[in-house]
Structure formats: structure tokens, C-alpha cells
Design a protein around this ligand. Structure first.
Ligand code: BG6
Length: 456
């Protein structure tokens, strides 16, 4: 196992011919090369019979499609890439990875493959001696419930210690999610008010205007709760509510996220409404009569002295009216005799737009001109997205190469968030909703007082 500060000296990239590689990873690799963060052999691994030039051409096409193609940076990237064909079930083929690695001693094995093959790949890496001194980075999902997540970690630990495992939840590495933590830490006034005495509700909406886009086979076995609530959205809850670490660096952040998730109350049937978009069943790969949810609304509680009793509302869905992820903290209203508004002024809020753009805004009330003490709501926008921001995959691959685990999900967080959702996954009725709507009408059972604030 490399010491935490040893930089990996090669990148072994499993799944280099897959969808994620095309959409996210090749553009991230070129960005890393451009920033001078990647100048190592890249051993691309796949099951297809390809020449290295075929793979380079695919990488080029992927980067061009992403709109970030940079000829000199791409030329440097292409020169780093080699290609090895393996059979994931056949340990003997892994020897070729060893050969392609040459003198490299501390490779990062980045596995962008379906979870069914994680253990097989880890075992075969070990059989070829490729676990020694190496790191392993995996794409979610990590198990499909708490027991299988635990079993997966235990099985990986036979070959890779926890410190060498980098579990990717790309939400944690979003600039906008990191800024949640910065914003809390750097603004003591806001931070002091993030507690049950002041906060009325917290709501998080992750809406996608598209459907399952050719991923139906994967998605139908998973559903919205497993796909994005267990991981991305519970991590966002953790970033909003965890205690800010007192120690410097990664240990603090990672450990606090896990500690917070351990306090999230396990869900029961009454806390969830599931929905399915009309027409989902016609997608190729969806089982006949599927009851997989493409929408979920959930009520979550954090049982810590700081957050006890504050409801967190989480809502996500495919085929909703917009593509936007937003977290909103609403503070309690206070009526004051001096005010002449018809009812107490609107609650103050802070709104974090987490994607696709990046905004922080505060809702407050100010007096209207005139002789009466009557006001109106204004929103102060503090931040808009920076186009040059580091994208999550660039950050994650760079950090894994550096051995910095801050932005990765650790074992505790993964298992605790499965504990929260396990009892409701796949359970209960699924209500149909129209594509382009905000989910089934039944979802109104789970919403903040005054209704959801729909992102626009
Ligand atoms: C993935 C899910 O983890 O996150 C997808 O599997 C989802 O279903 C995606 O669309 C959303 O990511 P982002 O960064 O576009 O919000």
C-alpha cells in the first residue's frame, strides 16, 4: 500500500470502451493532462479486440463531443495511452496488464465497470500481483443494500486495505457541493443558525427532464432510491448538516460525513412516496410490469441534538419539468407586532443550486415604500457558476492518483446510507405520473409546509 503521500505512477483504466469513459472520463483525462496533473502511463483495459489507435480515436471523439478538445493536450494524452484486452473472468489475461505497466510500482486501478464484476476484477488483480502497492477506485453502486455493501468491502479488503480504496460518488466532488461546506465554514452567522431552533425545513430536489436514456437495463434493477438517494442525496444531507471538522484536511471531512449519516433515522413506509413516469415501461430493457420507481419523495430526520425534529424533504425523478438539483434551507418565521403584513413574512432561506449551474442565493424580506410596515420578498444571488470550474471526474481521478481521499465516499458512509434506505427500497405502491410533471399527485403527502419550491 503506497503511503498516503505517494503519487500513483500509472493509471489502469478498466471500462475504457464503455459509456462512462466516453461521456466523462476521457474529457477528464485530457483536462488533467492540460493542467499538468497527468503525465503517467495509462493502461486502458477492455474486453473488446481493439488496437490502441482505435481507442485513441474513441477518446478523441469523446473529447470533441464534450466540446473541450485541445490538440496539443490531446496529443500528449494519446501518447500516454496503451490498450490491453482482458477477460475479467480469466486471471491469466491480467498478466498482460502487468507487462504493460513496465516499471510502475504504484498503479491506480480505476474500475468503471458494472458492480457485478468488482470482486472478480479485484481478485484477478491480486492473482496477478497487481494489488501490491496499488490503489483501487470504483464507481457506484457499492452493493445493493447494507449487507451486500458490507460483504463487498470485506471482500475487497482481502486485497486492498480501506486506505487504498477510493469509492466514487461524483456528487461529493462537485464544486457546488464543496461550496456548501465552504459557505457554512466561512460564514459564522449562517452556520450558527443551522440548527433546530432556527431551521424549519430543509428540502432537496434533484430533477431530471430526461428519462433513463439507454440505461434502462441498469436502471430497472435499481430505481431512483438506490440510484441517487442512497448516495448522492444523502451525501448532500451530510454536507449540509454535519459538524464542521476541527482537524485539518480530509480525515475530518470524511469522518464527519460518515458520523452524520450514522444519525439519519432509518426510513419507514410512511416516509416515502414512489412514482413511475408514464411510458417508462416502453423503454428497451424495462421488465414487463416493472414496479421500479423513476420518482421518489422522502421525509428524512437526523437524530442529533442539533437537528432533532427538523424534517428533511428529498425529491428526485426522471422526466420531470426541468434538469436541476437544488437544496434549500428554510428558517422559521417570526411574527413581530411591529409588522403590518397580512401574515408573518415569508421564511428566510438559503438556496444552493448544485447543478447543472452553480448558485447560492438568500431569500429575505424588505419593506415596501410607503407608510405601512409591509414588506416584500427579495432574493440576493451570491454566486453564479464559474465556467472553468474543475469537473468532478477530473478532480476525482486527480485526487485518487494523489492518494487524497477527501472527496470519496468511505465505507461507513456507504453502509450507513444503505441502513437508512434499505427498509423502503422497492417497497410499497408505485404511482404513475405524467412525464413533464412534478411527479404523482400522491407525492403531495410528503412535502414541506407550504409546498415544494420547484427549481426553475
Ligand atoms: C448518476 C445516476 O449517478 O447521477 C444518474 O446514475 C443521474 O441516473 C446522474 O442521471 C446525475 O448526475 P449529475 O451530475 O448530472 O446530476
Amino acid at each position: 500500500m503506497p503511503s498516503p503521500r505517494t503519487r500513483s505512477d500509472a493509471l489502469v483504466f478498466f471500462g475504457s470502451t464503455g459509456d462512462l469513459a466516453f461521456k466523462q472520463v476521457f474529457p477528464a483525462l485530457q483536462a488533467l493532462v492540460r493542467r499538468g496533473r497527468l503525465d503517467l502511463p495509462i493502461v486502458a483495459v477492455g474486453r473488446k479486440d481493439l488496437e490502441v489507435d482505435d481507442l485513441r480515436a474513441r477518446a478523441k471523439e469523446s473529447i470533441e463531443k464534450s466540446g473541450t478538445f485541445d490538440a496539443p493536450a490531446f496529443a500528449r494524452l494519446a501518447a500516454l495511452i496503451r490498450y490491453v484486452k482482458v477477460d475479467y473472468d480469466d486471471a491469466s489475461t491480467f498478466v498482460q496488464i502487468r507487462e504493460a505497466l513496465g516499471s510502475a510500482k504504484h498503479p491506480l486501478h480505476y474500475v468503471a465497470l458494472p458492480p457485478e464484476v468488482f470482486e472478480q476484477v479485484a481478485t484477478n488483480l491480486a492473482k496477478a500481483g497487481l494489488n501490491e502497492g496499488a490503489r483501487l477506485s470504483l464507481e457506484k453502486p457499492f452493493g445493493n443494500d447494507q449487507a451486500s455493501a458490507r460483504a463487498l468491502s470485506e471482500s475487497l479488503h482481502r486485497y486492498f486495505p480501506e486506505e487504498a480504496i477510493f469509492r466514487i460518488d461524483h456528487y461529493i466532488a462537485k464544486e457546488s457541493v464543496e461550496n456548501l461546506i465552504y459557505f457554512r465554514a466561512a460564514n459564522p452567522l449562517i452556520e450558527a443558525s443551522l440548527q433546530r431552533e432556527y431551521v424549519e425545513t430543509v428540502e432537496i430536489t434533484m430533477a431530471e427532464a430526461f428519462g433513463v436514456k439507454g440505461r434502462a437495463r441498469f436502471y430497472d434493477a435499481v430505481g431512483a432510491v438506490r440510484d441517487v438517494v442512497q448516495n448522492h442525496l444523502l451525501e448532500v444531507v451530510a454536507c449540509l448538516t454535519m459538524e464542521l471538522p476541527s482537524e485539518k484536511g480530509y480525515v475530518g471531512l470524511r469522518a464527519e460525513r460518515g458520523r452524520l449519516l450514522a444519525k439519519v433515522r432509518v426510513l419507514s413506509a410512511g416516509d416515502v412516496v414512489r412514482g413511475q413516469a408514464r411510458g417508462y415501461q416502453n423503454d428497451d430493457g424495462v421488465a414487463n410490469g416493472s414496479t421500479t420507481e423513476t420518482f421518489a419523495a422522502l421525509r428524512v430526520f437526523v437524530d442529533s441534538p442539533r437537528w432533532q425534529g427538523v424534517p428533511f424533504f428529498i425529491r428526485t425523478g426522471k422526466s420531470l419539468p426541468v434538469t436541476a438539483t437544488e437544496a434549500r434551507i428554510r428558517w422559521k418565521r417570526r411574527d413581530r407586532p411591529v409588522l403590518q403584513d397580512e401574515s408573518a413574512p415569508e421564511p428566510n432561506y438559503v438556496r444552493f443550486r448544485l447543478g447543472p449551474d452553480d448558485v447560492i442565493a438568500i431569500g429575505a424580506n424588505v419593506k415596501r415604500d410607503g407608510e405601512r410596515m409591509v414588506g416584500e420578498r427579495k432574493e440576493l444571488v451570491l454566486r453564479r457558476s464559474v465556467p472553468e470550474e474543475t469537473k468532478p471526474y477530473e478532480r476525482l481521478i486527480g485526487d485518487a492518483l494523489d492518494g487524497d481521499p477527501t472527496m470519496f465516499a468511505d465505507r461507513v458512509a456507504v453502509e450507513e446510507s444503505w441502513r437508512v434506505v434499505d427498509p423502503v427500497v422497492g417497497k410499497g405502491q408505485v404511482f404513475t405520473y405524467e412525464p413533464g410533471s412534478w411527479g404523482p399527485v400522491e407525492a403531495s403527502r410528503i412535502q414541506p409546509e407550504g409546498g415544494w419550491a420547484n427549481p426553475t
